[in-house]
Every structure is written in C-alpha cells, then in structure tokens.
Design a binder for this molecule. Structure first.
Ligand SMILES: [Zn+2]
Length: 389
C-alpha cells in the first residue's frame, strides 16, 4: 500500500488550525482484539469530551459525530488479513483524514487536541531505513526512494544524456572534423564514446549526490545492466555515497517498475538480515564481556529506568506481560506499587509495546530482528547501552 508521506509532512507543518484533531494509534497486533479496543477508545474519547470545557456546543456535536464516523469507517476497513501492526489516523471535523499503517506496534491511544499528536509516529518513522535506488545505464538514469516497502520515482531527477553509439560517433566525427573523411580510427571513436559516457556518469553521480543529501537517505542501492556498467557507475560516485551503497542488482532504467521494485526489495531484505546479524553479534559480545550490552527483560527495564538505552533490540514476535504505572508510565516486570508515585501498578499483557514506547520517548533507536540467534533467542529482548552505571 502506498502511504502519503508528503501529506504527513504537510500535516506536521500546518499551523493555526481552526478545528481540533483526533489522533488515533490503534494496535493491530492481535486481530481478535482490534474491535474491542477501538470501541473502548471511542467510548473513552466521548467521555473525555464531556469533561472538557474547550469542546462545547456546535464544536462538541461535530466532534461526537466525527468520532462515530471514524468508528464506523475503521470497523469496516480493518480486516483480519492486515499485515500492519499499527494503524495511525489523523482526522478533524473539516474533512482531514490521513491514515498510516506500520509494521511495528505501539500501545493504542486516542488524543483529541488542537494539534495532531504526531510525535510517536515521527519517532517511529525515523527508525526505518530510507533507501535511494539508482538505476543507470550508459545513457540514462532513474532515481527512486524506497521506504517501508514503497518505491517512489523522482521524475525530476531523471537523467538522459546523449551518448553516441559507434555508427553515429563515426559519422559525426567524420563529418564535423574534416568534411568528407574516411577512416576514423576505431580507437578514436572508442575514446569519443568513452568521453561522453564519462560525462554521463559524472552527471548521474552529481545529481544522485545532491538528491541523496537533500532527501536525507541513509542507504543506497545501485543497479545497472551488467557488471562493467555497474562498476563504472560506482567508480563515479562521490565517496560519501559509495560508503552508503549497501546492495546492487542487475537492471536497466527502462525495465518495468514492478520488476525494479521486487529486485530492490529483495536486496533490502538481504541488507537488513546482514545488519541484524551484525547487531546481534555485537550485542551478545558486549553482554558476555560485561560491556555496553544488556540482554533479557529485567536488565533492559533497569537500563531504561537509568536512561542507558541507546538501541532497543527486540525479536519481532517478542511478547510478555508486565506492569505499568497509570500515572507516569513506570514499567515493571512484577506486581508492586510505583516507586516514584506510590500508586499500584496495573497489569498489561502487551508489555513489549509499552517498552518500545518508553524507549522511543527516551530517544533510543528501536531494532526489531527476525533472524535466529542462539545467544539472543532465549531472551528475545536486549539493548545496546550508551554508558554503564
Ligand atoms: Zn507512578
């Protein structure tokens, strides 16, 4: 599915809105519970409106109607076949409706206030790698972004350079230089073509570099029709870009877009598996040597409490129950009362989502891993630490 990232940016940048925005984060991880959870969020929101003096009269009636509309629309839209784990919706009574589906779960919540509550979404989106995909041959280049499975072309950076083939080169050289002329040497023709190609690849590399910087990509995948062209393309890339090339494949710029997408996505899977492997090796090494690594639920909770977590690492299907302070979100693996405010902690069964949310709030990176690892799998959760205490 295609997500409206530009729309999200607009949403973040719009100031002075006239109507309040309803922001919904709905956890889709357990299909059997989505509807119950949605019902309860909407019910709670209606109740909150009762207590809030800012929303009265006509505005209140419009908000109530919006909540009911959202409720109806989402109930019919969310089927059990969804592969997303989080649905985020921003809506207002002026007709605003923006919807995002993400592969990572957060605790469900609904917030009604003047501005859209985008912070958790923004933090989460920063966690996914942004790939630039450059497909080039000797005459042409296309640039795509690949983000959360969306391949988007950037037609304004399409590059077409005139590079003569052998016959045309021979003709133009023979005519332009010496009038009617026979026997332009093969070597000279070849050099002429090479010059053009060199200029083309330099042009491609320059455009790719400025685009890469402007759009804040962090990884690049390159493609060309054959090994020789590919290595030429890479030779021309700015060193800043070459360092960020993580994968390559064989393709032509004019290939079918769907085909390009499949090849690029296949590469990202390999890249991500490789990075997961490196990450887990590093984590386990740190853990075993008493360095900057924590493995297991309690050590991770301790590290979160002390603000030590640099990267939270979680097995994709990691789940556990735990306890949360309703007041200040203090997290604990066992029942107790909150050490900071003294309230009794409340049990939650999707505790992993609370941990992710807390780590995001602290500015930590989140890494979900899917590969198997002997040292990590028995725990399913760990963290690289900023410092030791
Ligand atoms: Zn508390």
């Amino acid at each position: 599915m295609s997500m409206d990232w530009k729309g999200l940016r607009e949403l973040l940048e719009t100031e002075d809105r006239s109507e309040p925005v309803v922001s919904l984060y709905l956890n889709l991880a357990d299909p059997g519970r989505i509807e119950t959870e949605l019902n309860s969020l909407v019910r709670t929101a209606h109740k909150q409106l009762d207590k809030d003096e800012r929303f009265e009269g006509n505005r209140r009636r419009k908000l109530d109607r919006l909540l009911s509309d959202m409720h109806r629309r989402l109930r019919s839209e969310i089927g059990p076949e969804t592969s997303a784990r989080l649905l985020v919706v921003f809506a207002d009574t002026d007709g605003l409706w923006r919807e995002y589906r993400l592969p990572v779960a957060l605790p469900s919540r609904m917030v009604i206030r003047q501005d859209p509550y985008t912070r958790p979404l923004g933090l989460l989106l920063d966690e996914f790698p942004r790939y630039a995909v450059l497909v080039a041959d000797a005459r042409k280049a296309r640039l795509f972004s690949l983000y959360l499975g969306d391949l988007e072309e950037h037609p304004d950076v399409l590059i077409r350079d005139e590079v003569p083939d052998r016959v045309r080169a021979k003709k133009s050289m023979a005519v332009s230089a010496w009038g009617v002329y026979s026997g332009v040497g093969d070597q000279r023709i070849q050099r002429h073509i090479e010059d053009h190609m060199h200029r083309h690849f330099r042009h491609v590399a320059e455009r790719a570099f400025s685009w890469f910087k402007a759009e804040r990509f962090n990884r690049m995948i390159v493609a060309a029709p054959d090994e020789r062209t590919l290595s030429r393309l890479k030779d021309h890339l700015h060193s800043y870009l070459s360092r960020r090339v993580r994968g390559e494949f064989t393709a032509r710029p004019d290939d079918d877009r769907q085909e390009l997408k499949e090849k690029a996505i296949e590469r990202t899977r390999e890249i991500e598996r490789r990075e997961e492997r490196e990450l887990l090796d590093r984590l386990i090494d740190h853990h075993l040597s008493g360095g900057l690594g924590a493995v297991g639920l309690q050590p991770v909770l301790d590290a979160l409490l002390m603000g030590q977590v640099h990267t939270l690492v979680m097995k994709d299907d990691f789940e556990t129950s735990g306890y949360v302070c309703p007041e200040d979100r203090y997290l604990s693996a066992g029942a107790a009362s909150c050490p900071s405010c003294g309230q009794p902690l409340q049990p939650v069964d999707r505790f992993a989502d609370e941990i992710v949310q807390e780590a995001l709030n602290q500015g930590a990176e989140i890494q979900h891993v899917t590969i198997e690892n002997e040292g990590f799998d028995p725990h399913g959760i760990g963290a690289l630490l900023r410092f030791r205490v």
